[in-house]
Write a protein that binds this ligand. Structure first.
Ligand code: ADP
Length: 487
């Protein structure tokens, strides 16, 4: 019996030894089993999560290198980044367990250390060489990688104390630029570093590279945003200065122009004696040009008031029919020159006195009628004022060039002039319709625009009668309901 038991024991021992030898054969003497892929994946996922939770690498560099020993067969690592401004290489993180206690026999001295661009270029260490040559560099002497900043003496003592036996420097690249280096420290010599170890180091380096690139792009975007904000403030200031300048200049110009206009109409009315047949058309021409300049100045003044949010109405009761008649008699000579027939239609039953800002509504009427004359080479212009339901409606229809369909949406915006208008009349500010819209909306109305290219246009406005009859206190322009443009 005893022999039987000894026999069975020997057989079992032989089997056990065979199994152990078979499995042992795959590993060179003294080599550790390979790290499991799941460990590497877990590490990468952790680093990924850190990067996603905080996009600034400065904050997470230390946390990333602290993760390295977990699950992998690594002692730890150092993460270095090239500073964008100086081009120097700075150690942002060194695994805590390698710099614990902060004493002489730890890698604490690496934290925050800097290699200048010149040191990088002349390969002051193997880490610098890995960056400069954009390739993985390995070695077994800590000093080759970390002197400077460590001295040879320090490096030797630290290497012995931490049992560092194999070291790799991986350049960190992303979007085709080198942004730093990862140095990995193993407690195994180089010939014991497996393919999986390399895969893990490469994967970690790649993830960090992407994080660095993101961080660089974020910094760049922040910089651009800051510069844009500064430029915007500066532009705003310049815009204000421009508005103030326009306001002052326009006011200064308007007074002498009004005097010129006054004397001209006295001349034309023969208040200063006879005017010859040759002189009359010249005075008429001077009058038209003076009116044109006054209208442009009025539009510019209104725009600068609108920009400065100082656009307010002063409403008084007026008879709109009278103002229309007045504007027409001023502009009719322009239409006559082009042989345009101008017809005016007003309600049989007068609308009575309505509460308008007289100067501004005159400006609107001038803009609509003047445009109809300017942009109509032949045909006729119908000016109509009517009551339509509960609204007062004013329209100017012409048989002019019309507006290209694709440009209709841009009318009533500041400075916009359609291509066909620019071709026909080279001068023009593109401010008239913009001002008209502000004035009409401030009167709680809407502008009317209907147009077909080559056929003609109708411009005008519609304002609720009860708003004009009430004469109630005006709302500031920003409180006025913007009803938009009807086309
Ligand atoms: P301006 O007449 O100085 O160009 P406006 O602001 O008065 O500026 O008009 C803006 C643009 O609207 C014009 O340049 C033109 O393209 C278009 N427009 C306005 N009225 C008419 C019209 N009656 N017929 C054709 N186009 C017009």
């Amino acid at each position: 019996m005893i022999y039987l038991l000894i026999g069975l024991g020997l057989v079992a021992a032989a089997f056990g030894a065979g199994w152990w030898l078979r499995h042992r054969r795959h590993l060179p003497a003294g080599q550790e089993p390979e790290p499991r892929s799941s460990d590497n994946l877990a590490l990468l996922r952790k680093i990924d999560r850190m990067i996603l939770s905080n996009l600034s690498l400065d904050y997470i560099a230390q946390e990333i290198v602290n993760q390295l020993p977990s699950g992998t067969k690594l002692l730890g690592g150092t993460l270095r980044a090239i500073e964008s401004g100086t081009g120097a290489l700075k150690a942002l993180g060194v695994t805590d367990s390698l710099r614990a206690a902060g004493n002489e026999l730890s890698l604490n001295g690496l934290q925050g250390s800097i290699l200048s661009p010149a040191q990088l270029q002349r390969h002051a260490s193997l880490t610098a060489q890995a960056i400069d040559e954009r390739r993985v560099v390995s070695g077994e002497q800590l000093c080759d990688f970390e002197c400077p900043p460590l001295t040879l003496e320090q490096a030797k003592r630290i290497q012995d104390s931490l049992q560092i036996k194999g070291i790799f420097a991986y350049p960190i690249t992303a979007a085709d630029r080198v942004s730093g280096a990862m140095t990995f420290y193993f407690d195994r010599p180089l010939n014991h570093i497996s393919r999986k170890d390399h895969e893990m180091m490469q994967a970690v380096t790649d993830v960090i590279g992407i994080a660095m690139e993101n961080s660089r792009l974020i910094n760049q975007t922040e910089d651009i945003n800051k510069k844009l904000a500064e430029a915007n403030t500066q532009l705003h200031r310049l815009d204000q200065t421009k508005d103030e300048f326009i306001t002052i200049a326009s006011h200064q110009l308007r007074s002498p122009l009004t005097a010129i206009k006054g004397y001209l109409s006295m001349l034309l009315d023969r208040d200063f004696g006879a005017v010859s047949k040759r002189q009359e058309p010249i005075f008429q021409q001077i009058m038209e040009s003076t009116n044109e300049v006054i209208n442009i100045i009025n539009d510019m003044l209104s725009v600068s008031r609108i920009n400065a949010q100082k656009f307010e109405l002063t409403r008084v009761p007026i008879h709109l029919e009278d103002v229309i008649g007045d504007v027409l008699s001023e502009l009719k000579p322009l239409a006559s020159k082009k042989a345009l027939r101008v017809a005016l239609k007003v309600p049989k039953q007068p609308l009575g006195s309505l509460s308008f800002d007289p100067l501004r509504i005159r400006q609107v009427l001038v803009n609509f009628i003047d445009n109809a004359i300017k942009y109509t080479p032949r045909g006729y212009i119908d000016v109509e004022l009517k009551q339509d339901g509960d609204d007062v409606v004013f329209t100017v229809s012409d048989t002019g060039i019309g507006i290209p369909k694709r440009e209709l949406g841009r009318m009533f915006t500041k400075f916009y002039r359609a291509a066909n208008a620019r071709q026909l009349v080279t001068s023009g500010s593109g401010l008239g319709l913009f001002v008209a819209r502000q004035v009409i909306e401030a009167h709680q109305g809407t502008c009317i625009m209907e147009s077909r290219e080559g056929r003609g246009s109708t411009f005008g406005f519609r304002i609720p009668l009860k708003v004009l009859q009430s004469g109630k206190a005006d709302l500031p322009p920003d409180k006025v309901v913007a009803t938009g443009v009807r086309s």
